[in-house]
Design a protein around this ligand. Structure first.
Ligand code: 5GP
Ligand code: 5GP
Ligand code: 5GP
Length: 214
């Protein structure tokens, strides 16, 4: 019996809230392409198995090739910026995501990045939250955030929280699940293990994060 090591059942599509990446003890560095807009941005599109495990680094000889996505770079700079330090143009982050997760996706590089960009647009998370009266700069319950996303996107998200420098739990990442063949949202077969949220969650505004480095 031959069991492939790189098989998977679905994707996690993970979006991050930049202000919550930046206002932690670790801080952040704005991309060389400029301070990101106050919007969710893409962390990654991650193949995952129903038992919670996941394949990674499936093709050791495939490295990110900017020329294959040259027509997507503008959108990637806007919707998939890298906030880690030192400041970068995103290529290091995209390379990491492609090599670790993308090479296991059965998609080519163009399809992988295009799919993620389209899923961000389709989920329209910030608008969906705004429509439910949830906007940056205030505190909300986990349930109200999850209910708003479920209503707006149509599927139950997993919400991952981190902690800011004042020890507030805050909305950090939103996981949605994606069918491996239709590349459309589905209910999650299994939820990830993420940072606990508690009952009162900050949805911080970018402008209030005062510890950004340049
Ligand atoms: P962290 O420990 O910060 O949650 O995750 C570190 C890295 O492990 C992530 O950037 C991601 O690459 C990978 N990872 C964490 N949790 C999951 C998961 O549930 N599924 C998959 N496919 N990758 C994960
Ligand atoms: P993962 O392995 O969890 O998919 O991705 C996390 C890796 O990407 C870490 O090495 C992290 O330093 C790097 N990285 C670069 N820019 C970002 C960013 O904007 N957000 C996150 N979460 N990780 C980033
Ligand atoms: P239940 O799913 O039974 O409502 O919640 C079980 C536990 O998981 C509760 O402590 C609840 O706060 C937590 N929980 C439910 N959904 C999420 C989520 O999306 N993110 C996080 N971090 N915790 C969750």
């Amino acid at each position: 019996l031959c069991v492939a090591q790189d098989d998977f059942d679905f994707f996690y599509f993970v979006q991050q809230w930049p202000a919550s990446y930046c206002d932690t003890k670790r801080s952040c560095c704005y991309p060389t392409t400029g301070k990101p807009a106050e919007d969710f941005s893409i962390h990654g599109l991650w193949p995952n198995r129903n038992d919670g495990s996941w394949p990674s680094n499936c093709k050791k000889d495939s490295s990110f090739d900017e020329s294959e996505v040259s027509d997507l770079i503008r959108r990637m700079e806007k919707d998939w910026p890298s906030l880690s330090c030192p400041s970068s143009d995103g290529v290091r982050f995209w390379t990491h995501e492609w090599e670790k997760h993308g090479t296991c996706s059965l998609l080519n590089q163009r399809q992988y990045f295009q799919t993620a960009l389209d899923l961000k647009q389709k989920s329209n998370l910030l608008q969906v939250l705004n429509d439910a009266g949830i906007s940056p700069g205030d505190f909300y319950s986990l349930k109200s955030i999850k209910d708003a996303i479920e209503k707006g996107v149509g599927y139950t998200p997993f919400v991952d929280c981190n902690v800011d420098q004042s020890h507030n739990h805050q909305l950090y990442q939103v996981y949605l699940c994606v069918d491996s063949s239709s590349l459309d949202f589905i209910e999650c077969p299994v939820f990830p293990h993420g940072g606990g949220c508690g009952s009162r969650i900050e949805f911080p505004s970018f402008s209030s994060s005062s510890h950004d480095e340049f």
